[in-house]
Design a protein around this ligand. Structure first.
Ligand SMILES: [Ca+2]
Ligand SMILES: [Ca+2]
Length: 349
């Protein structure tokens, strides 16, 4: 009468149960073969006899895992076996890179350390390559090789950018003088070769009107940031000055004046359209040269130099008493804007 033999396979590796065969040997004869069920059990009907040896393994190779003497073979026998043998592994490790981010832009100091996960049941080794903080496109690759030689890999490319954008301000021109109220359109560009422009902001957008509404020194700034976070700010300054349409009558260019007479020098400041504007803040000084030497300087506040707020006119009454005959050059300088208007020529005789 046969007896039932249950082999309980306790696996110590990652193999699938269905692949484990249990063989029963009586000396040099294999008398039974069974395969594990989904619980890892093998049930065998064996004839009386023995002692038996139990071998376990996959279909191609088995190893001795236990034996029972003849005396034990009575009734239902439960025999736990520990099965340990190499199993064919055809599954490659699954590598997932978690940093750096694919397609990201980084400053060199911001490149995250390479990070990854590997899903693999077998022991495995890992090789990392390509991680770099050098400028340019970098490709970080991770390769995992399991103990059966299966290779899994992943890679990510990112861009290292340590170069700020290039901002070019074409208008306003550095140091340029524009006339009060003049229509001037800004023109500027911001470019970035490595990671591209993330934001660019000017005092006004390119092709928009710059500020010429008041006289004085103006600052025009453009700040640009690239996609890696590099920032640059470029600044130009320009001057907004008064329009000036010359000395007004009774002055005539190169007119001849008799020494000893007084000559009124009158002028108004204007905008770019020639419209007279308020200019009490212009703070002009008047200087007159003769033969290259300065002979006269009059500052605002001097009683000879007055501003009429009704006509918006400046007036200097030049007294020529005691001067030598010849050609005199007249210059008018605004302390407010720095602009110098002149020379206006007078001949004394
Ligand atoms: Ca594997
Ligand atoms: Ca850049």
């Amino acid at each position: 009468m046969n007896f039932q033999f249950q082999v309980k396979v306790v696996k110590t590796d990652f193999s699938g149960w269905a692949d484990i065969m249990v063989e029963v040997w009586d000396g040099s004869s294999k008398i039974a073969t069974g395969k594990t069920d989904s619980n890892g059990d093998v049930y065998l009907d064996l004839p009386p006899g023995g002692p038996y040896e139990f071998r376990a393994g996959d279909a191609s190779t088995t190893a001795l895992v236990g034996s029972v003497p003849s005396a034990a073979l009575v009734g239902v026998i439960l025999m736990p076996l520990t099965v340990e043998y190499p199993v064919l592994d055809t599954t490659a490790p699954v590598v997932t890179i978690t940093a750096p981010a694919n397609g990201a832009y980084y400053k060199p100091t911001a490149v995250p350390v390479g990070a990854f996960t590997v899903v693999e049941l077998n022991p495995y080794t890992v090789v990392e390559a390509g991680w770099s903080t050098d400028e340019g496109v970098q490709t970080y690759a991770v390769t995992a090789t399991d103990s059966a030689g299966n290779v899994g890999s992943a890679s990510r490319s990112y861009t290292v950018d340590n170069t700020p954008p290039v901002v070019t301000i074409t208008v306003p021109v550095q140091g340029a003088e524009y006339t009060l109220g003049q229509t001037v359109l800004a023109y500027w560009t911001a470019t970035d070769a490595l990671s591209g422009i993330a934001s660019a902001e000017g005092t006004v957008p390119s092709e928009s009107l710059i500020d010429t509404a008041t006289v004085g020194t103006k600052t025009f700034t453009v700040t640009a940031t690239d996609n890696a976070g590099n920032t640059v700010t470029e600044t130009v300054t320009y001057e907004v000055i008064y329009g000036f349409s010359g000395l007004l009558p009774p002055y005539l260019n190169r007119q001849t004046v008799k020494i000893g007479s007084a000559l009124p020098l009158k002028w108004q400041y204007t905008d770019s359209g020639g419209n007279v504007v308020n200019s009490p803040s212009a703070n002009p000084t008047i200087s007159i040269t003769f033969g290259g030497s300065q002979i006269l300087v009059k500052y605002p506040g001097n009683s000879d130099l007055r501003y009429n707020s009704d006509s918006n006119m400046w007036n200097f009454n030049w007294k020529t008493t005691g001067l030598q005959p010849g050609i005199y050059w007249i210059w008018i300088t605004s302390a407010q804007t720095g602009q110098v208007n002149g020379p206006f020529l007078i001949q004394l005789r």
